[in-house]
Design a protein. Sequence first.
Length: 390
Amino acid sequence: MDLKTRAKKRIDADTQDLVALSHRVHATPELAYEEHESSSALADALEAGGMKVERRAHGLETAFRASAGTEGRHVVICAEFDALPDIGHACGHNIIGSSSVGAGLALSDLAQDLGIKVTVLGTPAEEGGGGKVDLLEAGAFDDADVAMMVHPGPMEVVDLPTLAISHLEITFHGKESHASAYPELGRNALDAAHISYAAIAALRQHISSTERIHGIITHGGDAPNVVPKLSKVRYYVRSKDLDSLALLRQRVVRCFEAGAHATGCEVEIADCGHPYDRVAMNPTLGEIYGRNLEVIGRSALPTGAVERSAGSTDMGNVSAAVASIHPLMSIDSLPAVNHQAEFAAHCISPAGDRAVTDAATVLAYTVIDLATTKGAFEQVRAEFESGAHA
């Protein structure tokens, strides 16, 4: 029995458990750094499947590290499992986590034959905070040769475009007063937020097509008859890379400063979590993944077909440190797309369940090809060191 047949046999045998795991995580959506049940469910599955599991790995309460193999090249498969406020797993991290478990278990059976080490790394807080950046800084990827994961979406894309992002929290401090009797004694923090919001709306006319600015007001006051002394907003600022992101961030910050200046308020601007880099997809890894996608009967969009539909991920920071891929796998959700409630429903549909095992299979096949093709690891490394990316 060849290696791919053995991997597929293991994934087929685990299919019922992997789908049940995906549904379990989907049914208990947890926010960044609070994913205790989801993290535990994934770690339990890996441990039950025969991998050595370290919980609370690298100082993060909801991170884990499952390993197999003792020597050779080191492959890291990232598992995400956090959800979004209100709309739960509308980005499909239940599929990511369970498919990474499936791939890891299949490869754990083959690690000795392939001469590799395999790690399934549980990475919290992708939707905000940046758990992978925490893990990078803690040394979780220090000896990794490659890192990979598959993200569900409305279409099949190997060379998924992404943007660098900063997460900002802005607090305006004003002065309360009776809004009718003594308005002249107040300094309206909500007006400061409103002026900043309008300034950013005007700024959007003059930014690049690869840049995005979007935000919400999270606190706007406490009572209509009291001049708001406090307002808070959260904004995401995105651009094509970290250098251009820094420049755009400066322009956005000036909008907040203008709102404060115009209303006589004070402003505090803080970063929430880590900035994310864009994903630099390794060409050889992407090519191998794409070939194996076709092997299982899927067909990706042509290279470069998707340009404007770009989100952000802390996998970008990983790709700056380790040769990586972060492709998108279709769950046939259109017209529903990521971060819609309708998309969350598709993440436990028959197509969503199929993506769990298909993603596990393609990841396992990609690693098998990488490990059994002479010079493939060396080529991946050379591309990474030269800065080549798709």
